[in-house]
Write a protein that binds this ligand. Structure first.
Ligand code: MSP
Length: 652
């Protein structure tokens, strides 16, 4: 049997779970459910990271012992996952005795192999934080938390010979292209490895920090948190000789956000190599959720907590939203407005309507029973069946590579096609003529079959909705027991099975008064006020200045939607920025937007561009297209699609 093993980061117990933790853990749940649906033996691990400075400090601030503190916050994480319908197979804590034992075993093994040595380290140390700082972490030469310059300090510590593995790691990453994905993160790690890799300090003296796992070969030291934390991925499986370890480690995949790329992309493979443990298969890296385009922050009251949202918007709507809205690998902005729009458009309108229309007609014309196909399928039926098969195909292809939004787009294309099919097939007209009854049977049956396939395909994302849909289609099955090969087969609904219409799957959510109030922010206050419009006369004059053109001339312009994948300023120019834009293929475009748009904010944006412009050279750099923008006084605004569309989408 094919196997699959997915892990999330183990979360620090110094903060309560928020949307960032929830996203990663929901993604792991979705990918785990997907593999079960494909018939894999699949295992999903999450947990909490409980040792180290940060936790000891947080416990001190709370006035309790670190273990009691860790118990409390770890409990919050453990409790929240079932409420989000997350079904992890194991929850590991780094304070579990089994884990501690494995960490010490690995340390001893690497030490015995001569890959850990003792040496002195000189660095900048903040007494307040009780830790060393790298120069680049300081703000104006001071500790950012204590606003004091650190002191020079020398400390004897244990070091892991990480530098020794630099060339091996580069070679490994280069010969295993999908090892770190998406590619931008692989490139980031490779760029990092272009600089000399230093050895890793893996200990802390007990007198400075005693909340950690003691080194087995020196009781005066505890191990550095990363050496402790990363090992959870194997200790949870019973390394070195547990059955789960033997079964699952060869197919291990990690899931993290970009913040912890370095420990996972560099420390972890080299530790594994030194310990003689095979390397994991894939590191899957996603971007960051931002709020109002900025970092989530406690002091600004912008921490989004899933349990504040779920009672208002619904659990499955929340799960769907985060998976649909974020392009895996890129940052995404969270806003309740965007969540509302998706609920009303994608869920209430598209999916909800399809389902309720299909069942309402089954009730009206066939007494709430699944009719057999009555006539041979015509081209319209076959087209819809093709759409359903295409959705299955894309789902099967995109999910294993974490292309969730693409899988969902494909499912929704099928849903839209089915809604259109209803309009064209017009069952209400067929129902007027008894002679057309066999055709009516086929139309309704076709619709019910599509609904069933959709229910199966959305099952990893929205298990609750899937079960509701199946039940109303007369199928008694848990989402977790579905198998794509059997359950998404066309024509397998039971003839004359009883269906039931039930309530709307996703009631529309009204904008007003439905928002979760954030601390320090009135409901709805984050909605942007429209800026003052330009004077109408000016706009009218601008229109007149343009003479009219023929539609054919317009059609010669190939306008496309593109996704900016890379952006960098052109050093000698104030205005120009070099972009790599995905329009189904990658395009290099030089755009004069650097004064108003930083490269960071451009990456991940969808834009509109002229794709068939003659190539030109700007400051010696080739440009293969032009990005559209509107001048607004001093400002320049990019023209963007109303909602995200597949890159390369043609504008007409
Ligand atoms: N304890 C370490 C991980 C050790 S793994 C061996 C740690 N913990 S953490 O609590 O800070 O969790 C970091 C992870 O939380 C990120 O990698 C990501 O999975 C998730 N997120 C936290 N904030 C996030 C966003 N704003 N957006 C998306 N995910 C983020 O690092």
């Amino acid at each position: 049997m094919d196997r699959f093993y997915i892990t999330t980061p183990i979360y620090y117990v110094n903060a309560e779970p928020h949307i960032g933790h929830a996203y990663t853990t929901i993604v792991a749940d979705v990918i785990n459910r997907f593999h079960k649906l494909m018939g894999f033996r699949s295992f999903f691990l999450t947990g909490t990271d409980e040792h180290g400075d940060k936790i000891a400090q947080a416990a001190r601030a709370a006035g309790i012992e670190p273990k009691a503190y860790a118990d409390r916050i770890s409990g919050l994480f453990r409790q929240i996952w079932p409420k989000l319908n997350i079904e992890n197979d194991k929850f590991i804590r780094t304070t579990d005795p089994e884990h501690v034992e494995v960490v010490q075993y690995v340390l001893q093994k690497v030490f015995d192999a001569g890959e850990i040595y003792f040496s002195t380290y000189k660095g900048l140390y903040c007494v307040g934080c009780e830790r060393f700082y790298a120069e680049r972490e300081l703000v104006d030469g001071k500790c950012p938390d204590h606003d004091k310059p650190p002191i020079e300090r020398e400390e004897a510590n244990y070091f892991f010979r990480m530098s020794k593995y630099q060339d091996w790691l580069i070679e490994y990453i280069e010969s295993n292209p999908g090892f770190i994905r998406p590619e931008r993160y692989r490139n980031e790690v490779l760029a990092f490895l272009r600089e000399p890799l230093e050895d890793l300090c893996i200990s802390r003296p007990v007198e400075r920090l005693d909340w950690g796992i003691p080194l087995p070969f020196d009781k005066n030291y505890v191990t550095y948190v990363w050496f402790d934390a990363l090992i959870n991925y194997i200790s949870a499986l019973g390394y070195p000789d547990g059955e789960l370890y033997t079964e699952l480690w060869p197919v291990a995949q990690h899931l993290i956000a970009k913040d912890i790329l370095k420990p996972h992309g560099i420390y972890w493979p080299t530790i594994l190599k030194a310990a003689g443990v095979p390397i994991y298969r894939h590191l899957n890296v996603h971007g960051y959720w931002k709020i109002d385009e900025g970092k989530m922050s406690k002091s600004h009251g912008t921490v989004v907590r899933p349990l504040d949202l779920v009672p208002i918007y619904g659990l499955d709507a929340f799960r769907y939203f985060v998976l649909r809205e974020m392009v895996f690998g890129l940052d995404a902005n969270f806003s309740e407005d965007a969540l509302l729009q998706r609920i009303n458009a994608d869920l209430a309108n598209d999916l909800g309507n399809l389902f309720s229309r299909s069942l309402a007609m089954t009730a009206r014309y066939f007494d709430e029973k699944v009719p057999p196909f009555g006539s041979e399928p015509d081209s319209m039926d076959r087209e819809l069946l093709d759409k359903a098969e295409e959705a299955i195909r894309q789902f099967t292809e995109e999910m294993p590579r974490f292309g969730f939004h693409k899988a969902l787009i494909a499912i929704w294309e099928c849903i839209s096609a089915a809604n259109k099919y209803i309009d064209y097939a017009a069952p209400w007209s067929l129902a007027k003529d008894e002679a057309l009854r066999p055709r009516l049977q086929t139309v309704i049956r076709t619709l019910l079959e599509v609904n069933k396939i959709v229910a199966v395909l959305v099952s990893p994302f929205m298990p609750g909705t899937c079960e509701k849909m199946l039940e109303r289609l007369g199928i008694v099955k848990k989402a977790a027991d579905l198998r794509l090969a059997e359950d998404a087969r066309w024509g397998t609904l039971e003839e004359w099975a009883q269906v039931s219409k039930g309530e709307a799957l996703f009631p529309r959510v009204e904008t007003a008064g439905k928002k979760a109030e954030k601390p320090g922010k009135a409901a709805g206050s984050q909605k942007q006020q429209p800026k003052e419009m330009k004077k109408p006369e000016a706009a009218a004059a601008a229109m007149e200045a343009v003479s009219t053109i023929d539609i054919d001339l317009f059609r010669q312009v190939d306008l496309r939607v593109g996704l900016i994948k890379q952006a960098e300023k052109i050093p000698q120019s104030e205005k120009l920025v070099k972009l790599i834009v995905d329009i189904g293929e990658e395009r290099q475009i030089v755009a004069g937007i650097a004064k108003t748009h930083s490269p960071e904010e451009l990456v991940g944006k969808q834009v509109v561009l002229v794709a068939n412009l003659k190539p030109a050279k700007l400051m010696g750099i080739e440009s293969h297209g032009m990005i559209l923008a509107v001048r607004d006084g001093q400002d320049l605004k990019l023209v963007v699609p109303e909602a995200e569309v597949a890159p390369g989408g043609k504008i007409s």
